[in-house]
Design a protein around this ligand. Sequence first.
Ligand code: NAD
Ligand code: G6P
Ligand code: MN
Length: 443
Amino acid sequence: MNRKSIVATIVGSGSTRIPALIGSLINYKDRFPLKKLILFDIDMKRMELMKDYIELTMKKYYPEVELLFTDNEDEAYIGTDFVLCNMRAGNFEMRGFDEKIPLKYDLVGQETCGPGGFAYGMRSIGAMIHMVKKVREYAPEAWILNYTNPAAIVAVALDKVFPEDKRILNICDQPYSMIKSFAKILDVDMYDIEPRYFGLNHFGWFTNLYYTPTGEDLLPRLKDFLMEGHDFKPYNAEQREASWLNTYKNVNKILSFFPDYIPNTYLQYYFFPEEIVKESDPNFTRADEALVGREKQVLDLCQKAKEQQSLENIPLLTGAVHGNMMVEVAESIAYDLKKLFVIITRNEGIISNLPEDAMIEVAGELTKYGVVPYKVGKIGTFYKGLIEGQYAYETLTVEACLEEDYNKALQALTLNRTIVNPVKAKAVLDDLMNANKDYWRLK
Ligand code: NAD
Ligand code: G6P
Ligand code: MN
């Protein structure tokens, strides 16, 4: 393949997801060739933990790439073509509060949904606006591919603040993960599935799964399989912790009430908030599970590489959906491949009975100009009602943040299906505001 090589910047390079993203960049080097990779994080100490592993890995598998580790944003974006953004404002310490504070009020404790997602969104908005401004100072033409959560809220905020910027794309790997899981169940190649999907990020439904070799829609067959009592399992079930396995299983439960479409796993928090709270351990949430799981595994491996200064008996971390999707998205844009992804984009009539300015999640082709979405048309009243409530919550959250408006924040939380009761909304808001006072304020 003869493709022009790329300069890429990873923002949030201290994330323990980055070694596997590097693994994806290595595996896709023929399809998405790099000439320079800039690893940027505001926390150099955190990046240092993985630096030796990354350097040794790149030297072994991708020596032609120039590497730069930096915590200086004035050198992170010069000459970059793609900014792959993956930051967590407040790190895992704040993720812990996002998940645990709501549980004190018997509310869902989740990093992207409900009160935790609200608090995290309020932190991400400021950091993301700052990042986009910095990128545009040095690289006006670069594509910004953003994973930073809650992607739904970040997408609304960035669209509001940078409405003319056509090179910001917010993405989520959960639909991609689900398609990979569908493909395993159906025993087909995931790249032969053309999905159709509508909703908001972490709040949507698969309506069709076309099998490209024959044109057959596999969704009815998959739905029958799931509704006949087979648990929905992630493609990598053996490596998943209990909480994720339960999350996937709840797709069966949602289908038993609303069998029209296959729901995104995140809808469990909105349909069954009380059950989710009951099943949660307020002293050990997903943040703790991820810390003793992924974080420890990756950091131990990196520490070993650092001590022995070689990769002997150290595997190449790779294969993660997160990294593969990011690189495939970048590849499709860079070389105008028009590949199909489920992506967040401005509605503008795609779903004809939802607001034009809503940031929706739908299937679309990725070209050098950005997303060319597939039209959805009119959606049913039930789905429209659910989405409108959630979109009002997202919009009020963004406005509350930008205007520092307490009343809008309280309205947002009251609209959220995981909360509803204004007494609880106020109590959890005050608590979250106190825990987040270094990040955001409301008047
Ligand atoms: P992590 O806490 O392990 O790492 C995040 C890194 O971001 C840290 O090294 C931190 O120092 C850095 N950081 C914080 N603020 C920053 C800023 N202002 N600028 C640059 N770097 C900054 O996080 P993680 O669990 O790997 O997740 C990273 C992000 O990716 C989160 O926002 C997470 O929610 C998101 N994520 C999204 C998807 C998706 O589907 N959209 C999938 C996976 C992860
Ligand atoms: C999925 C979602 C992401 C979310 C992640 C959390 O990939 O799409 O939005 O950040 O799961 O995973 P974790 O292992 O950190 O709980
Ligand atoms: Mn996501």
